[in-house]
Design a protein around this ligand. Structure first.
Ligand SMILES: Nc1nc2c(c(=O)[nH]1)N[C@H]1C(S)=C(S)[C@@H](COP(=O)(O)O)O[C@H]1N2
Ligand SMILES: [Mo]
Length: 513
C-alpha cells in the first residue's frame, strides 16, 4: 500500500501532467480548447448575473490586479485549487486500488470535453486538447503507481523502487510545468504584429491644456497599457491577422467578406474617442481615451447596402460574444464609428481586440465596442438579442452625462497651497453631446460654483475640470455635476449600473490640514 504523501503526490502530478499536455496541445492546435481555460470560460457563460457583477467589481490593488483582470485570476486560481485538492484526495483514496484516481481523471476529462463542446466557438479540432489530456493523465497515473507500488497494473509483482517512484513523480511534475508554460507561450506568439499603423487622415493633435494631469486628472490620451479592460474572455482570443476575416451579411443588398489587408487598404481615419463601460460605478475607473485608427463603419455598411428596417447591427467576436448596435447611430453622417485596427498608432493590443474591433462614439462598450470582431449581421432588435441584453441589460444604451472627482482622493488629508487654496479636479463626459459646464459644491450647502474646463478636443471625448477654493481646516465633502451641450445636467438621482449605466452626483469626503 502507498503512503499518503506518495499517493497524494501521484494524484496531483498526474492531473498536472494532463493539464500541461492539454495546454500544449491547445496552443498548437486551437488555443481556445485548453481544458482549464475552457472550463473557466464555461463557468463565465453559465454564471448568473449577480455573480458576474460581483466578479466585475473584484480588484486586488496590492497584487496589481485591476477590475476586469482580478475576476479572471480569482476564477482560474479557484478552479486550479479545487482540481488539485480533488486530485490529492483521489490519490489518497487510491492507496490500494487505482480506481478512484482513474475515475477522477476521467471525470475531469469529461468536464473539459463538455466545456469545449458547449463553447460557441467549438470546432472538431477543439477535441484534441481535452482528449490528449485525458490519455496522458491516465497513463501518468498508472505508470507512477506501478513505479511506487512495485506491482504492474495487473498485479504482477515488480521490484519495489521507492527512489524510482520519487524521481518519477518529480519528472512528471516538471514535464507538466514545461508543457503547460510551453503551451501558453505558443498561443501567445500566434498573435500581434509589431510596428505602427498610420492613418491617411490623422486626428487633429490634442491641444495643450486638454487635461489637468499635473493636478491629478488622467492624461488626455490613455496609454495602451493603462486603458481599462472589460470582457468575458478568460483567455484573450488569439487570432492572426492572416487568418482573420469579416463577414457582413443579413439584411443587406450585397453581402461582403473582407480580410485584414482590405481594411489596411483604407482609407484609414484616426479619431480621438473616449470609451466607457456601462458597469462603471459613480467615481469609477472604467473609462479611457485613445486615438483609434480604422475604416469608417458607415462607409463599409453603405457598400453592403442595409435594407430598410434593419435596426440592429449584430456583431460577433471570434469567441462568440455579441453586441447589438442601433443602425441609426452608426449611419449618422457624422457618426465616426470605426472598424479599428490600431490604438494610439499601434496595432490593437491582443486584450483590446486584435486584429479588429468596433468603436462607436456615444454608446457604452457592451452595445458597440466588439473586440476580436468577425461577423456583422444586419438584423432587427425583434429578431435577436445580444449577450448582455439577454442577461437583463438595456437594448439601447447611450452614454449618460457623468462626472468624477479625482482630487482629492477619498478620505485624503490635503494641505492648502501657498495661495491658501485647495485644488479640486476631475473629469466629465457625455459622448457625443460634449461637456459645456462642470459645477462643484462644498459641504452640501451653498452655491454650485462653476469649475474651469480643459480645452475641448471633440464631443466624443471626456473633458477635465479643476477648481481652486479657500477652505477652512477640518472635514469637507465635495460634490460635482456636469452639464452637456444639450443643456442637460447630470441627475442627482442615484442609479446602479444595471440596466443602462450608473447615475448620481459623485461625492468625496476629505480633510483640510
Ligand atoms: N469580444 C468582446 N468584445 C467586447 C466585450 C467582450 O466581453 N467581448 N466587452 C465589451 C465591453 S462591456 C466594453 S466596456 C468594451 C471594453 O473595451 P476595452 O476592454 O478595450 O476597454 O469592450 C466591449 N467589447
Ligand atoms: Mo462594458
Amino acid at each position: 500500500m502507498l503512503t499518503r504523501p506518495v499517493a497524494a503526490s501521484i494524484g496531483i502530478v498526474s492531473v498536472m501532467a494532463a493539464l500541461g499536455v492539454g495546454q500544449l496541445a491547445a496552443g498548437l492546435v486551437a488555443p481556445a480548447s485548453a481544458p482549464v481555460l475552457a472550463v473557466a470560460d464555461a463557468v463565465v457563460r453559465l454564471s448568473p448575473e449577480w455573480l458576474t457583477e460581483i466578479g466585475k467589481g473584484l480588484e486586488f490593488p496590492a497584487l496589481g490586479l485591476v477590475k476586469g483582470v482580478a475576476d479572471k485570476v480569482a476564477l482560474l486560481a479557484g478552479i486550479g485549487g479545487v482540481v488539485l485538492l480533488l486530485a490529492a484526495a483521489a490519490g489518497v483514496a487510491s492507496r490500494r486500488r487505482p480506481l478512484p484516481g482513474r475515475l477522477l481523471i476521467v471525470a475531469l476529462g469529461a468536464a473539459g470535453l463538455a466545456a469545449v463542446v458547449s463553447s460557441p466557438v467549438f470546432g472538431p479540432a477543439h477535441l484534441v486538447a481535452p482528449l490528449a489530456a485525458l490519455v496522458v493523465g491516465l497513463a501518468a497515473f498508472d505508470a507512477l503507481r506501478i513505479l511506487a507500488t512495485g506491482h504492474s497494473a495487473d498485479g504482477e509483482p515488480r521490484l519495489p523502487a521507492r527512489r524510482g517512484a520519487l524521481l518519477g513523480i518529480a519528472a512528471v511534475g516538471a514535464g507538466a510545468l514545461a508543457t503547460g508554460l510551453g503551451g501558453l507561450t505558443v498561443a501567445a506568439t500566434r498573435t500581434t504584429r509589431p510596428g505602427t499603423i498610420t492613418a491617411a487622415r490623422p486626428a487633429p493633435p490634442v491641444p495643450p491644456g486638454a487635461d489637468f494631469a499635473q493636478v491629478g486628472t488622467p492624461t488626455f490620451v490613455t496609454d495602451n497599457r493603462d486603458f481599462y479592460r472589460i470582457d468575458t474572455a478568460i483567455q484573450v482570443p488569439r487570432i492572426s491577422a492572416e487568418d482573420w476575416s469579416l463577414r457582413v451579411h443579413g439584411m443587406v443588398d450585397t453581402p461582403l467578406r473582407l480580410g485584414y489587408d482590405d481594411l489596411l487598404a483604407g482609407p484609414l481615419l484616426e479619431r480621438t474617442i473616449t470609451l466607457t463601460c456601462v458597469s462603471n460605478e459613480v467615481n469609477g475607473g472604467l473609462i479611457s481615451t485613445a486615438n483609434f485608427t480604422g475604416v469608417s463603419l458607415r462607409e463599409l455598411l453603405l457598400r453592403a447596402g442595409p435594407r430598410p428596417g434593419a435596426d440592429q447591427i449584430h456583431s460577433t467576436s471570434v469567441d462568440g460574444w455579441t453586441a447589438g448596435t442601433p443602425t441609426d447611430v452608426v449611419m449618422r453622417p457624422d457618426s465616426d464609428a470605426l472598424l479599428a485596427v490600431a490604438m494610439n498608432g499601434q496595432p490593437l493590443p491582443p486584450e483590446h481586440g486584435y486584429p479588429v474591433r468596433m468603436v462607436v462614439p456615444g454608446l457604452y462598450g457592451f452595445v458597440s465596442a466588439t473586440k476580436w470582431l468577425t461577423d456583422l449581421e444586419l438584423t432587427t432588435f425583434d429578431a435577436t438579442q445580444a449577450y448582455w441584453t439577454r442577461r437583463g441589460w438595456a437594448q439601447r444604451a447611450p452614454i449618460k452625462t457623468q462626472s468624477r472627482i479625482d482630487r482629492p482622493r477619498p478620505l485624503a488629508t490635503v494641505t492648502p497651497g501657498p495661495n491658501g487654496q485647495v485644488t479640486l479636479a476631475g473629469i466629465a463626459w457625455a459622448q457625443t453631446r460634449g461637456i459645456d459646464k462642470v459645477e462643484v459644491r462644498l459641504d452640501e450647502a451653498g452655491a454650485w460654483r462653476p469649475a474651469q474646463l480643459s480645452a475641448q478636443v471633440n464631443r466624443a471625448t471626456w473633458r477635465m475640470w479643476r477648481l481652486d477654493v479657500p477652505l477652512a481646516p477640518g472635514s469637507h465633502f465635495v460634490q460635482c455635476r456636469a452639464t452637456d451641450a444639450t443643456g442637460a445636467t447630470q441627475t442627482p438621482q442615484p442609479a446602479p449600473p444595471i440596466p443602462d449605466g450608473a447615475a448620481g452626483w459623485p461625492g468625496i469626503r476629505f480633510t483640510v490640514a
